[in-house]
Ligand binder design. Structure first.
Ligand code: ZN
Length: 181
């Protein structure tokens, strides 16, 4: 098991645009595996490669079924070069991010999206998602373009910090987080 360091919002690398993946090799699959492990270790539900310092268009998501609305299934995906090809509706809901630890805020997203991309072997894949699954896909795809959820909060007043018992790091003022808007 290899845990990768997850970059936080003060790291300029998170603001860069990631490159399209062209090599579907063993290194890519190892990276995806390590990303899943690092995400799980940090109690996250989604992670994009630039969050671990790799500027490649790769995302992983793992949402347990009890987190979304009733009847939803376990959403476990890895996607290379993901691209939203269809979207509709809207939803406003709370988001957090492993790169903005402890902070949560309301973000407006499409309710339904269709995303096209490739699997770890380069095979084309297409998925339809709604609700939390769609929200998570949009959040992770944003990372590939250097966008953080704090850029998109509907109102800076909804940004709030949840302090973890073991977390001794001083809080970043909310206005610092949204300064790029
Ligand atoms: Zn994030």
């Amino acid at each position: 098991m290899a845990l990768l360091t997850i970059l936080t919002d003060d790291n300029p690398r998170l603001r860069l645009k990631s490159q399209k993946v062209t090599k579907f090799d063993k290194d890519l699959r190892t990276l995806a595996k390590n990303m899943f492990e690092s995400m799980e270790n940090a109690n996250g539900i989604g992670l994009a490669a630039p969050q671990v310092g790799v500027l490649q268009r790769l995302i992983v998501i793992d949402i347990p079924e009890d987190m979304d609305y009733e009847g939803s299934e376990h959403f476990h995906i890895v996607m290379v070069n993901p691209e939203i090809v269809k979207c509709s509706g809207e939803q406003i809901g709370e988001e957090g991010c492993l790169s903005v630890p402890g902070w949560y805020g309301d973000v407006k997203r499409y309710e339904d999206v269709t995303v096209k991309g490739q699997d770890l072997y380069g095979k084309p894949v297409k998925i339809k998602a709604s609700g939390l699954n769609a929200r998570c896909l949009q959040h992770e795809i944003d990372h590939l373009d250097g966008i953080l959820f704090t850029d998109k909060v509907v109102d800076a007043a909804t940004l709030h910090r949840v302090q973890m018992a073991a977390d001794k790091t001083p809080a970043t003022p909310a206005k610092e987080l949204v300064k790029s808007r």
